[in-house]
Write a protein that binds this ligand. Structure first.
Ligand code: HEC
Length: 221
């Protein structure tokens, strides 16, 4: 056993130590600490775009979508809407054939042509709006009249509470011989879309991580 033999042994031991260190290091890079129950920006080795992943298909994602008029109007408290309508009573009547006041009578307003009530002289701002009072249009107008129709003669600040507005719209919808149909609820489509979005974001993030691991590995060679 000459000197060369011990050199080889020392070399082999060194190689094994390095290999163990490398594997341990790689393991830390790939697997988050056991102590961590949840992945966060702190305990993952690679920067992940957490905002893109979001928190998955939570209700928040659904709430950010368009108002589901078919769903909320069907469930809205019409009695509460009638009480809310007192805030409009200084200027509007709501019963069939009611008189115009400062503002026009509002019987049958849901689905009616905008600015079309007999015997009321509208502002140019309202006359300039095309179409009918859809749920969306009424919702936007009542929330912020002058924001929706700049220059409108309706000097009312608007109702900022979403629930109150929708109850009021459900009440106004009921003031008709032939209430405008409710749109089909979006409920079935929305969560599926949210899941798709979340899955897509997760796929992209996973690809990013895989790419970065690949780059790291390549760079280490
Ligand atoms: C201070 C008086 C006043 C109050 C309060 C008021 N309005 Fe009006 N409203 C008006 C006037 C005036 C017009 C006509 C606007 C124009 O010609 O620009 C109008 C128009 C409208 C129209 C359009 C009517 C049409 O024929 O196209 C709707 C809908 C409406 N108001 C709903 C409401 C509701 C709902 C409330 C209560 C939340 C309310 N208004 C409170 C004065 C008022």
């Amino acid at each position: 056993m000459g000197e060369l033999f011990w050199n080889k042994v020392a070399g082999a031991v060194l190689a094994i130590v390095l290999a163990v260190l490398a594997i341990t290091e790689l393991g830390h890079l790939l697997v988050p600490s056991h102590a961590a129950h949840e992945l966060t920006a702190e305990n993952t080795a690679y920067p992940v775009d957490w905002a893109a992943i979001g928190s998955g298909p939570s209700t928040e994602v659904v709430e950010e979508g368009p108002t589901d008029y078919g769903l909320v109007l069907a469930a809205a408290d019409i009695g509460a809407g009638e009480r809310a309508a007192r805030r409009c009573a200084a200027c509007h009547t709501f019963e069939q054939g009611g008189a115009n006041g400062v503002g026009p009578n509002l019987w049958g307003i849901v689905g009616a042509d905008i600015a079309s009530h007999d015997g009321f002289s509208y502002s140019g701002a309202l006359e300039a709006l095309d179409g009918v009072w859809t749920y969306e249009a009424l919702d936007a107008f009542i929330e912020n009249p002058s924001g929706y129709a700049s220059g409108t003669a309706m000097s009312f600040r608007g109702l900022s509470n979403d629930d109150t507005r929708l109850e009021l719209i459900a009440y106004m919808r009921s003031l008709s011989d032939n209430p405008m149909p409710l749109p089909a609820p979006l409920a079935d489509a929305a969560p599926a879309e949210a899941v798709d979005d979340a899955m897509g974001a997760m796929d992209e993030a996973a690809e990013d991580v895989a790419e970065q691991v690949q780059e790291e590995t390549d760079g280490g060679e």
